[in-house]
Design a binder for this molecule. Structure first.
Ligand code: GLN
Ligand code: ZN
Length: 762
C-alpha cells in the first residue's frame, strides 16, 4: 500500500489584498520604520503558511516566502553581495539595494524566471566573492512556524545547479567549479536543519529540465557532496516546468525524494516512468495539478492520472502536489470578485488548488466513490464553464475550419510587394517612424481614471483623447517624421485594450500575481472563444489620419502576444486560441484597410518569451506562432504595408520565424545590442524591411544627432538601404514629452544626413 501525502512547493507571497506589496512600498517610501515593516512581513509569512496548514496540506513549504525574491535570498545567504553594495552595513538595506539600486550603485539585473512572467534578481558572480553562509533563513523560517503553530514544515532552497545557471559574471567553463564551491555551504545549511530535527528539505532544481544529459550526470556529484554527511534529514530534489531528459540519471541521485512535473512535461515524465520505473526507496513527489493556470480540475480525470502514475511503478510513498510553486497564480478567489458566477465557479487559485489536492488524496485513500460528490461538482462546474465559453458567433468555428493555405499567405512575394508599396506610399529613403505610443502623461492617466470612475462621460473622455492625439500629430509633423502614429492614448495596456473589446476575455479585479518585486499584474483571462465583435481601433486611427497628409500607421497587438500575456483556457490548445485571436484581428486589419489605412503594425513583443523551455519543442511553437501572425495579416492588398515590432535585439535564434512572419517591415530594439546584431546580419543578411532601434527608450537621456547618425551609418554598411527604417527601440509611453521631442528631432536630423550621404553615393 502506497503512503499518500499532499505537499506544496511554494505559495504566493503577496496576500489576498496585496498586503505584501503595500507593506514593501510603504517601507521604501519611508512611511513605516524597519521594525514595523519586519513585523508586518512576519505576519504575512505566518498567514501564508497558516492558509496552507488550514487546507490540511501534509507537507507545507517555508522559505519560499521572501521579502523580495527567493533567488536574491539564496544569493545573500551565500554572501554573494556584488562589490558595489559591500559598504552598506545593514543587511536589510543591502538586500533592497541589490534589488532596487541606490544612488551610487545600480541594482542587479532582473530577468524572467524560466518561461514564467515572474522575474528574479540575477546573482552576480565575481572573483572577489567570499563564499560563506551568512544566515540560515531556512532554519529561521522553520523555527518560526514551529514556535507559532507547532507545525512541521519543509524548508525550500534553490539548488546549486540552478543557482549558478541563473547567475552571471563567469565563463561557461567555470560553472562546474563554482557549483562545487557552493557545496560546503549547502552542507552547513542542511546540517543545521538536521540538527534541529527537520525531516524534509526541498531543493529546487528547475534548471535540470533544460540541462543536457551530461550536465544532469555531473550535477549528481554535487548532490553526492551535499548529502554525504546527512543521516536524519531527507532531501527532495524538485524539478518543474517540464520533463527531465536524463530521467534515469536523475532518479539515481543520492536523495530521498524526486519531484517531477506531470502537467507541463508533455507526457514525457510519465513515459520515462513507464519505461524505467521509479526507485522503491524514494518518495515520488508528483506535480499533478497545474501550478500555472487558474482552472478548476476535473477531479475524476486527475484522480485517474494519479492512479495511472501509480500503476506504472511500485512506489512506497507518493506526494501529490501542484506542478510548480503556486507563486504564478492568485492567492485565493476574492470574496468581492465581480466575475460572472459561471466563470468564477470554474476558477481555482492557489488556496483552492490546495483543497483540490485534499480531494484527490481522499480519492486515492478511500476510492473514487468516496469523492463522487466532489467529482460531480467539478464536472458540473467545468460543463457550465464550457457552455459559458462557447462564443456567440456560431460561424466562427466553421470559418476557422475552412481556412486554407491561402489565408495564411500574401498573394505575392515580398520583393514584388515592396515595389508596389514604394509606388503607392511614396515614402523617402530611410523613412522615420515611431513604435506607437507617446507619453502617457499624468493628464492622460487622470483622464482615464475620471472616465473609469464615471466622473467623465464617454464623450468627454473621447474629446480628451482626440485632443491629445491631435496635439501629438502636430508635434510629429513639426518633428518631421515620415510615418505617424496616433499615440495610443486610449490604451493603458496593449493586451487589456484589445481583450476588453474582443469576446472571450474576462478581467478580474483581485486576481493579482507577482511579476517582480512589489509589482503585481492581473493577466486577462481567456475563458471562451475569442471573437471579433466590432472594430476596435478604426475610429481613433481614422480620426488621426484625417489630421495629416502623412501616412498614419494602424497599431494592433498581435495574436501571440495577446495569448502569452493572458491566462489561457485549458480545454483547447494554445495554437487554437492563437488562431481564434488571429482570425479576430484579421477582421480588424481588414477594417483598417477598408477605412483607408495603408500601413498597419501588428506588435509581437511577447512572441519570443513564449518559446518552450526545451529547444526540441521550439519548432512546433514557432510554426503555429508565425501562422497565427500571418492569419492576422495576410488578407491585405499588396500595396498595404504590414509592420511588426519586437523588443529585443538578438533575434538570432528565431530569425527564421521572423522571416516566416512575412511582415514587410520589422522594427526591433537594437541600441543595447552593442553592434553584436550587425555582426550577425553581416553573415546572415535579412532581406525584408528592417528598422533597427537607433536609441534606447528606457532612459530619459537624449541621444545626440551624431550618435544616431553613426548607428544608421553602421547599419547601412550591412543592411540594404532601400528597405531600412529609422525608429526608436520601442514605444515612448513611459517617457516625458520634452525628452521625447528632443530625441526624435535628433533622430530625424540624423536620418536626413544619412539620406544625403546615400544621395552622394549614387
Ligand atoms: N505599440 C506599442 C507601444 O508603442 C509596442 C509596445 C511594446 O513593444 N511592448 O507602446
Ligand atoms: Zn517594444
Amino acid at each position: 500500500m502506497t503512503t499518500i501525502k499532499t505537499s506544496n512547493l511554494g505559495f504566493p507571497r503577496i496576500g489576498l489584498n496585496r498586503e505584501w506589496k503595500k507593506a514593501l512600498e510603504a517601507y521604501w517610501k519611508g512611511n513605516t520604520d524597519k521594525e514595523t515593516f519586519l513585523k508586518e512581513l512576519d505576519g504575512l509569512f505566518l498567514s501564508a503558511v497558516k492558509t496552507q496548514l488550514d487546507q490540511n496540506i501534509d507537507i507545507v513549504p517555508v522559505s519560499d516566502f521572501t521579502h523580495y525574491d527567493h533567488v536574491l535570498d539564496t544569493a545573500v545567504s551565500f554572501n554573494w553581495i556584488p562589490e558595489r553594495f559591500r559598504s552598506i552595513t545593514d543587511p536589510v538595506d543591502t538586500y533592497f539595494a541589490i534589488a532596487r539600486g541606490v544612488k551610487d550603485a545600480v541594482s542587479s539585473e532582473m530577468t524572467k524566471w524560466f518561461n514564467t512572467n515572474y522575474h528574479y534578481i540575477v546573482p552576480e558572480y565575481d572573483e572577489s566573492l567570499e563564499f560563506r553562509l551568512t544566515r540560515n533563513k531556512q532554519l529561521d523560517d522553520y523555527r518560526r512556524i514551529k514556535e507559532e503553530f507547532g507545525a512541521e514544515t519543509k524548508p525550500v532552497i534553490v539548488g546549486p545547479y540552478t543557482f549558478v545557471t541563473l547567475a552571471k559574471g563567469y565563463e561557461e567553463s567555470e560553472a562546474k567549479a563554482i557549483q562545487k564551491r557552493l557545496v560546503p555551504l549547502y552542507v552547513q545549511l542542511l546540517k543545521e536543519l538536521e540538527a534541529e530535527g527537520v525531516k524534509w528539505v526541498q531543493i529546487d532544481e528547475p534548471a535540470l529540465v533544460t540541462a543536457s544529459s551530461e550536465d544532469v550526470r555531473s550535477a549528481k556529484e554535487l548532490y553526492e557532496g551535499i548529502t554525504k554527511e546527512l543521516s536524519g534529514l531527507n532531501v527532495l530534489l524538485q524539478t518543474y516546468f517540464d520533463s527531465v531528459d536524463a530521467y534515469e540519471e536523475l532518479i539515481s541521485y543520492p536523495v530521498q525524494g524526486i519531484g517531477l512535473d506531470f502537467v507541463h512535461d508533455k507526457g514525457r515524465n510519465l513515459e520515462q516512468l513507464k519505461t524505467h520505473g521509479f526507485p522503491k526507496d524514494k518518495v515520488l513527489a508528483a506535480g499533478v495539478i497545474d501550478g500555472r493556470n487558474i482552472w478548476k480540475i476535473d477531479a475524476e480525470e486527475r484522480l485517474d492520472a494519479v492512479l495511472d502514475i501509480l500503476s506504472h511503478a511500485d512506489i512506497e510513498e507518493l506526494w501529490i502536489q501542484p506542478s510548480s510553486s503556486l507563486l504564478h497564480v492568485p492567492v485565493a478567489k476574492h470574496p468581492d470578485e465581480h466575475l460572472e458566477k459561471d466563470l468564477l465557479n470554474g476558477l481555482s487559485y492557489a488556496t483552492e488548488k490546495l483543497a483540490e489536492l485534499g480531494v484527490l488524496k481522499e480519492g486515492l485513500l478511500s476510492g473514487k466513490a468516496a469523492i463522487s460528490e466532489q467529482i460531480e461538482q467539478s464536472k458540473a462546474a467545468l460543463d457550465t464553464l464550457k457552455a459559458f465559453a462557447t462564443g456567440a458567433n456560431s460561424d466562427q468555428k466553421e470559418e476557422l475550419d475552412q481556412l486554407t493555405e491561402q489565408d495564411f499567405s500574401r498573394p505575392v512575394p515580398f520583393e514584388d510587394r515592396l515595389t508596389l508599396q514604394n509606388d503607392s506610399l511614396g515614402l523617402p529613403l530611410l523613412p522615420t517612424t515611431t513604435i506607437g505610443s507617446f507619453p502617457q502623461s499624468a493628464e492622460v492617466r487622470s483622464a482615464r481614471q475620471k472616465w473609469r470612475k464615471k466622473e467623465w462621460t464617454d464623450e468627454q473622455y473621447q474629446a480628451f483623447i482626440n485632443a491629445e492625439t491631435k496635439r501629438w500629430i502636430d508635434i510629429q509633423e513639426e518633428i518631421g517624421l515620415d510615418v505617424l502614429v496616433h499615440g495610443e492614448f486610449e490604451r493603458t495596456d496593449m493586451v487589456e485594450y484589445f481583450g476588453e473589446k474582443l469576446a472571450g476575455f474576462a478581467f478580474t479585479k483581485y486576481a493579482w500575481v507577482q511579476s517582480y518585486g512589489s509589482r503585481c499584474v492581473r493577466p486577462p483571462v481567456i475563458f471562451g472563444d475569442v471573437e471579433f465583435i466590432e472594430p476596435m481601433t478604426v475610429k481613433d486611427t481614422v480620426y488621426a489620419q484625417s489630421l495629416t497628409e502623412k501616412h498614419m500607421k494602424g497599431m494592433l497587438t498581435g495574436p501571440v502576444t495577446i495569448l502569452n500575456w493572458s491566462f489561457p483556457r485549458a480545454d483547447i490548445s494554445r495554437k487554437e486560441i492563437a488562431f481564434q485571436i488571429g482570425l479576430a484581428l484579421r477582421k480588424e486589419v481588414k477594417a483598417l484597410e477598408d477605412a483607408g489605412i495603408q500601413i498597419i503594425q501588428v506588435d509581437e513583443p511577447a512572441l519570443r518569451e513564449g518559446l518552450p523551455l526545451k529547444t526540441q519543442d521550439w519548432d512546433e511553437y514557432l510554426t503555429w506562432a508565425a501562422e497565427a501572425f500571418r492569419l492576422t495579416t495576410s488578407s491585405v492588398k499588396n500595396e498595404t504595408q504590414i509592420h511588426t515590432h519586437m523588443c529585443y535585439s538578438n533575434f538570432e535564434d528565431i530569425v527564421d520565424t521572423i522571416n516566416d512572419l512575412d511582415a514587410d517591415v520589422i522594427t526591433i530594439e537594437h541600441s543595447r545590442s552593442h553592434g553584436g546584431f550587425l555582426e550577425y546580419l553581416k553573415e546572415h543578411p535579412y532581406v525584408k524591411g528592417l528598422g533597427l532601434g537607433v536609441y534606447d527608450i528606457h532612459s530619459p537621456r537624449v541621444p545626440a544627432t551624431e550618435e544616431i547618425y553613426q548607428i544608421i551609418d553602421d547599419a547601412l554598411a550591412v543592411c540594404p538601404t532601400d528597405r531600412f527604417w529609422v525608429n526608436p527601440d520601442c514605444g515612448l509611453k513611459t517617457r516625458q514629452q520634452e525628452e521625447t521631442v528632443a530625441a526624435l528631432k535628433n533622430m530625424v536630423e540624423a536620418a536626413k544626413q544619412a539620406r544625403k550621404k546615400q544621395a552622394q553615393l549614387v
